[in-house]
Design a binder for this molecule. Structure first.
Ligand code: PMV
Length: 363
């Protein structure tokens, strides 16, 4: 598919006002996206588990304006007006206007809430941008006068739009394993949108658990835009991008065979490589905190002592995602509560698991 195919035919319906609502999940990458080219094209393919509990719910109200010269919208988070969110959304609207030509014709009220605390260090851009993209797609469907089932590329275009808001958001629409970025062995994979992982996945990975330990709830030290840019002229960039392709290839048989040991090796190495890229860029950053390392060391010791398949991954921050199979959930969760929660800020953690994607909600 090319970008031109996302430019709609002329709208057949007229709408003066209305309201749509979506709930969209966050996701956690197993093979990380870090580094991008122009137009939010990823430098390497990535794959993520769609989460279930960490969600953004967005209601989008729209009302036809007299003039269509500019974008016009207000944003609310948990009922409170958030003008500081506007520049990011304005940039998003500019990027997607040619694919949604109705944007300047309406005034929008974007009313959004997160199931997790905003200042938890959990990336809300993936769930937030995907929920907004889905709402806009629902408006477009009404303008095109088609139902969701008639619109064969509803999720594809929603993912294409979400990507232009925040790269990893394009992996937050469907579940449960999503690939973004073209990969030689994965048919249908694309740099333009996320697609469902198409191959066999062993039952070991069904209902995979993710307990998120909130080590540092502060604002991100490095924004992802700055972080991705650090990969330009990075001395190890090319090797890193090739490694991501290789790791995704390896995961194909790992998922098929249910090989938890190799899964852990790949996923932990990906997390540490992401952080290594930041430590070796110019300027350089250390995004882990002492408690991040303490948790990692304790996970490794517990794994060695028990033989259980506990592992971790990290985003571009200090929080730790602990991943483990459902079959081993009881002893592992007990260990988390008794030994690891002490290293979380104010003892805060979030229980999540692999999920099945966004939901359209009744108004
Ligand atoms: O979507 P962005 O631009 O916020 O980038 C997110 C990058 C990581 O979360 C660090 C990795 C990933 O693939 O999600």
């Amino acid at each position: 598919m090319t970008v031109q195919e996302f430019i709609p035919e002329s709208y057949t319906n007229t709408l003066t006002n209305g309201s749509v609502k979506w709930s969209s999940p966050s996701n956690i990458a197993l093979v990380k996206y870090w580094g991008k080219k122009e137009h939010q094209i990823p430098a390497n393919p990535s794959i993520s588990f769609t989460l279930d509990n960490c969600r953004t719910t967005t209601t989008l109200k729209f009302e036809k304006k007299a003039s269509s010269s500019d974008f016009s919208f207000d944003v609310f988070l948990e009922g409170e007006q958030k003008d500081d969110f506007k520049p990011k959304i304005e940039t998003f609207f500019k990027r997607i206007e040619q694919y949604l030509p109705f944007l300047k014709e309406y005034h929008f009220v974007i009313d959004t809430s997160n199931s997790f605390p905003h200042s938890s260090g959990i990336a809300s851009s993936a769930s937030g941008m995907s929920a907004l993209a889905l709402c806009l797609m629902s408006v477009e469907q009404q303008l095109l006068n088609v139902s969701m089932s008639e619109s064969f590329h509803f999720y594809k275009k929603a993912s294409f739009l979400a990507r232009l808001g925040s790269g990893s958001a394009c992996r937050s629409l469907e579940g449960d394993l999503i690939v973004w970025g073209s990969h030689q062995e994965i048919d249908g994979s694309s740099n333009l949108y996320g697609t469902k992982y198409p191959f066999e996945v062993h039952d070991n990975f069904k209902n995979y658990q993710d307990t998120i330990l909130l080590v540092d709830k502060g604002e991100k030290q490095v924004s992802s835009t700055v972080g991705h840019n650090l990969m330009h002229n990075h001395p190890y960039a090319e090797n890193r991008f090739n490694q991501a392709h290789d790791n995704l290839s390896k995961l194909i048989s790992v998922f098929k065979e249910g090989d938890l040991k190799s899964f852990i090796d790949i996923v932990e190495s990906e997390a540490l490589t992401l952080h290594a890229m930041m430590m070796t860029s110019m300027p350089y950053f250390i995004l882990m905190k002492p408690n991040t390392l303490e948790i990692i060391n304790r996970i490794w010791k517990f794994r060695q002592d028990t033989g259980l398949h506990i592992s971790f991954t990290l985003d571009a921050g200090a929080n730790v995602h602990i991943l483990y199979p459902e079959a081993e959930a009881e002893p592992i969760f007990e260990f988390i509560k008794t030994e690891l929660v002490a290293y979380c800020q104010n003892g805060h953690y979030i229980c999540d698991k692999i999920g099945f994607g966004a939901k359209q909600l009744p108004i």
